[in-house]
Design a protein around this ligand. Structure first.
Ligand code: PEP
Length: 251
């Protein structure tokens, strides 16, 4: 019922030539990853060339961030310009943006609403730190981040929004959440969406897991009823491992 998504977040990696080489390696093997939506989030500089290189493929492109306004905001990028560069989606609320750049829930909510207005699909990231998990605050933190980020959204906006549960302690650490830990958080998020919106919205919203996903652990994660795909950092940088993840580890 919910088409799985495998999304690669390249962060601040890959020149234009490296990005094109990745796509050259990926494209011939794409038919192996059927019934999965594949999204790549390269650095801004590679977006428009990748959009051209991917015109005849089902792979979608995402920005890694955006600013909620247009105009005199030196160094920022707007949803409209992401669209213009060939993006279908944007990642918002990533823990690196929250932690390193001080993004608040209110600011992330403004970005989400601006991106939805431009009809971009939003991959909205939430997740607890290790300290928060160890002090039994995981659900409280998830609830706060979701309530703030989804303020003033309705069912139409939610139809374009994907949640990514990314425990901060699992990002880039090699320490994946167990399938059971991830499922518990995903089920909590889905139930919260039912109470914030309704059961239909909750059942239709895709919830991705992110945090040290590899070809070796994807199958266990995808076997969970509330895990609808993955947001992948490190393992998305090589076409081979990314493709194996898109095949749920079968490759
Ligand atoms: C991420 O940064 O979104 C991420 C999940 O990274 P990694 O897969 O490297 O943990």
């Amino acid at each position: 019922m919910r088409t799985p998504i495998i999304a690669g977040n390249w962060k601040l990696n890959k020149t234009i030539d490296e990005a094109l080489a990745f796509v050259r390696d990926l494209k011939p093997a794409l038919s192996k990853a059927a019934n999965v939506e594949i999204i790549l989030a390269p650095p801004f500089t590679a977006l428009s060339v990748l959009a051209e290189a991917l015109t005849d493929s089902p792979v979608l492109l995402a920005g890694q961030n955006c600013y909620p306004e247009q105009g005199a905001f030196t160094g920022e990028i707007s949803p409209r310009l992401l669209r213009d560069a060939g993006c279908d989606a944007v990642i918002l609320g990533h823990s690196e943006r929250r932690q390193l750049f001080g993004e608040t829930g209110e600011f992330i909510n403004r970005k989400i609403r601006a991106a939805l207005k431009e009809e971009l699909q939003v991959i909205f990231c939430v997740g607890e730190t290790l300290r928060e998990r160890q002090s039994n605050q995981t659900f409280k933190v998830l609830e706060e981040q979701l309530c703030e980020g989804l303020t003033d959204l309705d069912g139409t906006g939610m139809a374009r929004l994907v949640v990514a549960y990314e425990p901060v302690w699992a990002i880039g650490t090699g320490q994946t959440a167990s399938s059971e830990q991830a499922q518990e958080a995903h089920q909590f998020i889905r139930n919260l969406l039912a109470s914030l919106f309704d059961r239909v919205v909750a059942d239709n919203t895709r919830i991705l897991y992110g945090g040290s996903v590899t070809p070796n652990n994807i199958a266990g994660l995808m076997a969970q009823p509330d895990i609808d795909g993955a947001l992948v950092g490190g393992a998305s940088l090589q076409a081979e491992s990314f493709l194996q993840i898109a095949e749920f580890g079968k490759g």
